[in-house]
Design a binder for this molecule. Sequence first.
Ligand code: CTP
Length: 401
Amino acid sequence: MLKDTRIVLGVTGGIAVYKAVELLRLLTKAGACVHVIMTRAAQEFVTPLTFQTLSSHPVHSELFNLIAEQEIGHISLADRANLFVIAPATANVIGKIANGIADDLLTTTAMATKAPVLIAPAMNVNMYTNPIYRENEEKLRRLGYLFVPPEKGALACGWEGEGKLAAPETIFEAIAAALRPRDLAGQTVMVTAGPTREEIDPVRFISNHSSGRMGYAIAGAARQRGARVILVSGPTGLAVPAGVERVCVESARDMQAAVMRHVKECSVVIKAAAVADYRPAERKGDKIKKQAAEMTLTLVKNPDILAELGHLKKHPFLVGFAAETSCLEEYAARKLAEKKLDMIVANDVSSCDAGFNVDTNRALLLFKDGSRQDCPLMSKDELANRILDEVVSRLPARRNH
Ligand code: CTP
């Protein structure tokens, strides 16, 4: 995932240094080449040997180490990095960087690098809320430095509050996001997600098992890749991904109205929502009381939003989903053709590690030109990026039409 990526990991002094060891392990496991710079204080907590062993490179710590400078000097470290990560970052190091102080190897390299810098602060809660610290962080954010905010919790100093270094997995995700190409900049992408709810009466509705996770993962990933993202979402318990504009809807007809209202702004529409195909013919104003042993509910067909988009005279790049429990490829290919899509993501929702309500998915991608691609079991975030890779690679070709 991070193959051929060069990362400089700056480690400053604090009890959270042990978490940087775990972060380094995650990075090297993902294929990144990591050079570690430790401040003197960091070495009081964990020895350089630990970082050296896990990174397979000598740890850098002295600004004027003649041997190290000859082999790979601080300027060369700064130049070669695709990303400079500082984790944990103390209030002291953040203050120095914000004010142009470069008095050790870490701060000198931070000043010399042209790579994006991602900072994961860790400190006492009172330091974190100190106006001087806040001003330094704000200044760096304004200048484009990236931050992974600390978590709330019991701090090593005995206080409770914000200041705990973010979990290594969270920092790893932020690193992966920072390294992602911004290849959707300038595009507006609409994503639909989640189930729809078709009301029977004031207390009951027809719906399905969709959690919305796949659609939310696509929306978040598209945003990270630079797109403006409109997320038309049925009811889910999920948080809106950062920077995404969410439009909340309930029924298929609400979703249809929202999609049609925004489609003209979009260059890409990805319909991951599990839209209910039918709704009750009539929604009762009062709660239906139980009476006979059997009852019949008459359902009428909902509009097929995706087919409507496909049949527009001029439509954006259209990606549909096909949730199937049998004959996956045959049914998905039929939907691709009938709804006039550019691409379809076919899921077998009968398996327990893919489809509804799980964090992983496997899919078959089919394209208008007849080509196909298998995506083995992976996280929904990874699959989201695979889908977007395909969208990106096919977008310019369409513009030439
Ligand atoms: N879709 C839609 N509007 C509908 C039904 C589906 O926009 N009323 C979209 C879904 O968002 C998805 C694609 O069409 O991208 C396929 O949805 P799916 O439920 O797999 O298929 P259907 O077309 O509903 O056909 P069937 O239920 O017969 O499999």
